[in-house]
Structure formats: C-alpha cells, structure tokens
Ligand binder design. Structure first.
Ligand SMILES: Cc1cc2nc3c(=O)[nH]c(=O)nc-3n(C[C@H](O)[C@H](O)[C@H](O)COP(=O)(O)OP(=O)(O)OC[C@H]3O[C@@H](n4cnc5c(N)ncnc54)[C@H](O)[C@@H]3O)c2cc1C
Length: 363
C-alpha cells in the first residue's frame, strides 16, 4: 500500500480532484502539484464564458469515487423529491452547473485536497529507479535566472494537466476583434462565431439572445449528434472492442469522435448567416475553436511514444514503457483518450482514477 511520499498528482483541475477523491476513498494519501488551489477554477471560467447553465453530462457527471449515488440521487434525497431520480433512470437528468460546482466543492473538502495541494508548476518528470522525480523551477532572487528544484521521487505519478491551451486559428491571431469562447466576454452588434461544435452552437444562441446579428463561420456543415459519447464506449465490452483496434483504426476512430458536433433538437436550430470567411463588417469574432490539441503540445508528455496526436497508453491509462511492478506513470483527462475515448469527461476521469488507485495499492 502506498504512503504519503509515494503518490503524486500533477495538475489541479477536475481530473486531479477525481483522482484525489478516489485515492482518499482508498485511504491513500497523495500530494497534488498544481497552479490552482481550487480544482474547479479552469472549468468554472470556461463554463461561465459560454453561459453554460446545465451540465453536458448526466447524474454520474461528478468527481466522487463512486458513480452512485450520483447528483440526481443526492438532489432527490436533499429535496425529498423522486423526480430527479426518475429523470435519471431515463438518462434525462441534467444537473445545473451550480449543483455540480457545489458538489465538487464538497468533494474537495472530503478528500483532503487543500492539505495535499502545493502550488508548484511541474516542468519535468524524470524516471529514476523505482519511481519518478518531479522538476520545477524557481526564480533566483535578484537575477533573471531560474533554479531547478526537485520533488520526490514518487513511486506512482498521475499526469492530469488538462488541455495545453485555447486554440485560436493562426490567421486570426492578433486580430483585435477576437475573443475565445472560453474566455469571459460580452457580445458586439455583428458577431462572427468561428467553429461548428457545441461551444459554437451555444454562442450562436447567446449572441442572438444579446440582440446581435450572428454570422457562423465554418468550413463544413456541422455534425448533429447527441452530446454524450456512444453508450457502448462506457461498457466493459465496448471498451474491450476499442482496445482491440489496431493503432491506425484507433486513430481514425478518435479523429472521427473529436469532429465538432452539436446535438439535434429544435432548441439548437437557430437562424444565423453562414460564411466560410470572417467578414470584414463583423465587430467581434468569437473563436469557438476549442483547445490546442495533441500530446505533442503538453511539455510533460511530448517525449512519450505517440500514435498521431495521442500518447500511447495501456488500457489502464498507464504509460507502458515507464510502468512496471515498481512504479506507475499514468495519465488522466483529455490526454488519456488512447485508453478511454471519453477521457475528457467526468466519467472518463473516474475510469482512470480507479485504475490508478489499483496501481497504488500494489505492494
Ligand atoms: C465549457 C465546458 C463544459 C464541459 N462540461 C462538461 C460536462 O458537463 N460533463 C463532463 O463530463 N465534462 C464536461 N466538460 C469536459 C471536462 O470535464 C473538462 O474539460 C475538464 O475541465 C477537464 O479537467 P482537467 O483536470 O483534465 O483539466 P483542467 O480543468 O484544464 O485542469 C488542469 C489543471 O492543471 C494545471 N496544470 C497544467 N499543467 C501543469 C503543470 N505542468 N504543473 C502543475 N499544474 C499544471 C492547470 O493550471 C489546471 O489547473 C466540459 C468542458 C468544457 C470546456
């Protein structure tokens, strides 16, 4: 069983919180190295920027170690009302963002997050016999130099550093009209929304509601498909079939899955002008163009073996070349898609967290 000096989580978002909660549930202590003492900070800013009021996920979209009781059951219990539970049985319960965030805050308290958190940005992970050393850099006072410092070694390390940054198309960088959809913003009078996924669809509605004239800038017709990934990808059998795919097929499958899309349904059928180029007359350009993609853009993972943009992982989200009976290097969040296609969801983070706990339990 691992003790407090053996396990480290690098990153301080929802994936890190989910792992920390699962470890705490298994009575395994872990140090968290991150930028933000509040694990919901990054998510909160992005969701607020696109005025998201309800979760994309259902009752099981939370950071707790066990799927049940989920947010629907907790609300039913709190309000003595079975309605959330009935909705959840038919997969129609969408928790509010406030409900999710209040629950995440409770998980933060219950898991001992604050006591384990260290505000340290990790710059490198080096394998050493029986574990990994974590490097960070601190400025040398009075000079412009930095000095490398080391933490650990830790036997088990989980990398949960999230997306490498917001993506703005090259041709729009430096354009003063540009704001990214996931950054706080209001709306102009003539708003061009670049992109064709969920954030773009949300921004068409937001800008229209704000009274703007909306232009959708997109290269192809958006895909309309349900918000959640196909159910079979969350089942043992479906996942086993996914893990059997040869690398080329797996890359095509993940590429297809990450194509921009938004759900079918009348509430998303809004009237906007459609063009392929950002028009001159737009006074604001909202880039609903998601995140910078690919493990090559994540400094801590860039040197690991990859298939296309995905870092190669075993089905339990560990890095095969750096994991053996003495140590574990595992990945959670978006960079764990090779192991779990829905890795950038709360359910995916729980999948990785459980497998990481199992590794930390090895004697
Ligand atoms: C608007 C929006 C709505 C979403 N809604 C849902 C939903 O309803 N349901 C669902 O299941 N999923 C949803 N998702 C997807 C998913 O839950 C989020 O992408 C989630 O925030 C990812 O968490 P993360 O911890 O991997 O990354 P992040 O939240 O980005 O956190 C990463 C953290 O690690 C820190 N960090 C990075 N590098 C280092 C380093 N080298 N050293 C130390 N710290 C570092 C960062 O500063 C940051 O604090 C949504 C995503 C978005 C953008």
């Amino acid at each position: 069983m691992a003790d407090s000096h053996e396990v480290a989580i690098v990153g301080s978002g929802l994936a890190a919180l989910t792992a920390k909660a699962a470890l705490a549930d298994a009575e395994i202590d872990a140090v968290v190295f991150g930028d933000s003492p509040d694990p919901a900070t990054a998510w909160r800013v992005r969701a607020a920027a696109i005025r998201q009021t309800h979760m994309r996920s259902e009752s099981d979209g939370h950071c707790r170690p066990h799927t049940f009781p989920g947010l629907a059951a907790r609300r039913a219990w709190r309000e003595r009302d079975v309605w959330p539970l009935l909705l959840s049985v038919t997969d129609r319960y969408r928790p509010s963002v406030d409900e999710f965030l209040a629950d995440a805050d409770m998980v933060r308290k219950d898991s001992g997050w604050d006591a384990s958190f260290r505000r340290v940005r990790i710059a490198g992970i080096s394998p050493v016999p029986g574990g990994f050393r974590l490097e960070h850099r601190t400025p040398v006072p009075g000079t412009c130099q930095v000095c490398a410092r080391y933490e650990g070694p830790f036997r088990h390390v989980l990398v949960a550093t999230g997306h490498p940054g917001l993506n703005v198309p090259e041709e729009l960088r430096g354009d003063p009209r540009v704001v990214h959809a996931y950054e706080a913003h209001g709306y102009g009078e003539r708003v061009a929304v670049v992109g064709a996924g969920m954030a773009a669809a949300t921004e068409w509605r937001n800008a229209l509601a704000a009274g703007a004239d909306v232009i959708s800038v997109r290269r192809r017709e958006p895909l309309r498909r349900p918000l959640n990934l196909p159910r079979h990808l969350f089942t043992r059998r479906g996942l086993a079939a996914y893990h059997r795919l040869d690398p080329r097929t797996r890359v095509s499958f993940l590429r297809e899955l990450s194509a921009p899309s938004y759900p079918p349904g009348r509430e998303w059928d809004v009237r906007v002008h459609v063009t392929q180029q950002v028009p001159e007359e737009a006074d604001q350009v909202v880039c609903a163009t998601g995140f910078v993609r690919g493990a090559a853009n994540e400094p801590l993972l860039a040197s690991l073996p990859r298939h296309d943009e995905w870092v190669e992982l075993a089905p339990d989200a560990t890095v095969p070349s750096l994991t053996d009976e003495t140590r574990t290097l595992a990945v959670s969040g978006v960079h764990a898609q090779w192991a779990f296609p829905g890795a950038d969801t709360l359910a995916g983070m729980r999948y990785v967290a459980h497998r990481f706990v199992r590794r930390c339990r090895t004697p």
